[in-house]
Design a protein around this ligand. Structure first.
Ligand code: 9MR
Length: 472
């Protein structure tokens, strides 16, 4: 099932920011956008600078191509954006304050008229607040107060009454001084009859930093209570800061996306989720913040774990990331990456298990089966590892599951689980992999350690999964 089909089961829009160049040059990009999304946002094509690079030169061709593709794909369009103090044409920046206000109004009136009837939602005002929640006074807003912002909503409504009008910003996903300030502003605007109908929470996210899904949920409630629609408008999740494996970074990203999407699905006022780009090949993050992989599709336009997580959340299903088994079980004749820290590793039937492992001729207590977890371990991703353990004839004895790490901090051992194994049945050893990684992770090996040398230590049912009980 596609994302758009999954979103439609909940009556929501699922959108993507579309860039003109790849849309016209890469058929696979255009196809995927039509197949997977039921809404699009021109990423740049409606901004003032590209639309009017010179006072006498108006360029509508790029957004028109995007609008046409959207109508072909039965996708609604989010207009982005009318009032923003970035992407202003150089000639406009050079104007006096009074002239700039006039030029801005003319631009708004022309663009809203030209697109009227084709835009489902307009981001009328973008990023007009400071972190402390007050209205900014920079570039475009070189005037006091919020008068010009309110006017923009009123004008847009008059020219395109069917469009839903939104205020869009970053850093307002959770309760904080900025979102508090916005709530006060929108409360006042609503009371004064300003036609603001939606709030866009951009959601440029970073694993392990910034708000959690529960905080998003609580904050969305406040805006919903004002009678506003809530839209998650520019979702992407940075991972480049995470030490460890690429798989783990992708899984951590998927966990956050699952929580973010589920929060939207649980909030009746949350009507739209839009991603700020299609694939890791087309993202503003690379150029602005550093090489990253923040989106749902990889460089080859293949779906990532985040894609499946978002789709599952839309369908009300559990996160499939949590069901992925990272530690293979060996078979007779196929060790699946398991090796021995002692004598030869043997695989065969034991105590009802078809393919249990045993290390022959143990001469040290720490000798047992070992498997690398290097391709799974990542800072910021909680994992749980487990095995079943059993001894041969003799008294119960202590056994342990231990992680050996070599990273930028050097070598260290981390206890995962321990217990007393017996000869009568299997003991489950299971625990969290808790380790703060630093620098390059060179080695990460999971050791099953046993009783004194000479005893047989049998291992079965290895597992390593994302710990989905730990909060994303
Ligand atoms: O993704 C956009 C990038 O291609 C542009 O160069 C940049 C400046 O116009 O804007 C980016 O999009 C921004 C959006 O319009 C508003 N919120 C933040 C987005 C990321 O910077």
């Amino acid at each position: 099932m596609t994302l758009r089909a999954a979103a439609e089961t909940t009556g929501r829009r699922i959108g993507v920011a579309v860039a003109y160049e790849p849309l016209v040059r890469e058929p696979a990009y255009a196809r995927l956008i039509q197949a997977e999304f039921n809404a699009v946002t021109p990423e740049n094509a409606l901004k003032w600078a590209p639309v009017q690079p010179r006072p006498e030169l108006v360029q509508d061709q790029h957004w028109q191509v995007i609008f046409d593709a959207a109508s072909q794909g039965r996708q609604s369009v989010r207009g982005h954006t009318l009032l923003w103090d970035q992407q202003l044409p150089a000639w406009a920046v050079a104007l006096s304050d009074a002239e700039l206000m006039v030029a801005q109004q003319q631009h708004l009136e022309r663009l809203v008229s030209a697109t009227a009837g084709r835009v489902r939602t307009w981001d009328v005002v973008n990023e007009a607040l400071e972190d402390d929640g007050t209205v900014s006074k920079t570039a475009l807003w070189r005037v006091d107060g919020d008068r010009h912002l309110r006017d923009a909503f009123v004008k847009t409504k008059a020219l395109d009454p069917a469009a839903v009008l939104a205020y869009n910003d970053y850093g307002i996903e959770a309760r904080n001084p900025k979102s508090d300030g916005l709530l006060r502003l929108l409360t006042a605007w609503r009371a004064a009859g300003v036609p603001v109908e939606a709030v866009g929470l951009q959601s440029h996210l970073k694993v392990g930093e910034g708000p959690r899904p529960a905080e998003l949920a609580a904050n969305m409630r406040r805006f919903a209570a004002l009678g506003l629609e809530v839209h998650l408008t520019e979702i992407d999740v940075q991972v480049r800061h995470l030490a460890g494996s690429a798989w783990g970074a992708e899984a951590a990203q998927a966990r956050l996306l699952y929580g973010w999407t589920a929060a939207c699905v649980a909030e009746p006022a949350c009507r739209e989720l839009s991603f700020w780009g299609l694939s890791d090949r087309h993202t503003w993050v690379d150029g602005t913040l550093g090489d990253d992989r923040p989106l749902l599709f990889n460089d080859d336009l293949q779906p990532k774990l985040g894609y499946y997580a978002v789709r599952a959340a839309l369908l009300g299903q559990p996160d499939p990331t949590c069901a992925i088994e990272r530690l293979p079980a060996p078979k007779v004749g196929a060790h699946a990456g398991w090796r021995s820290s002692g004598g030869p590793l043997q695989v065969g039937p034991k105590g009802g298990a078809a393919a249990a492992m045993v290390v022959a001729g143990r001469t040290e207590a720490w000798q047992g089966p070992v498997h690398s977890v290097l391709s799974s371990l990542t800072a910021g991703l909680p994992l749980r590892a487990g095995v079943r353990v059993r001894l041969n004839a003799g008294p119960p004895a202590p056994v342990a599951l231990t992680l050996r790490i070599v990273d930028g901090l050097g070598e260290r051992y981390v206890s995962v689980a321990s217990g007393r194994a017996t000869a009568d049945g299997w003991l489950r050893l299971e625990g969290p992999l808790r380790v703060a990684l630093q620098g390059e992770l060179r080695t990460a090996d999971l050791y099953v350690e046993g009783p004194a040398a000479g005893r047989e230590l049998w291992i079965d049912a290895p597992s390593l999964r994302v710990d989905c009980e730990a909060s994303p």
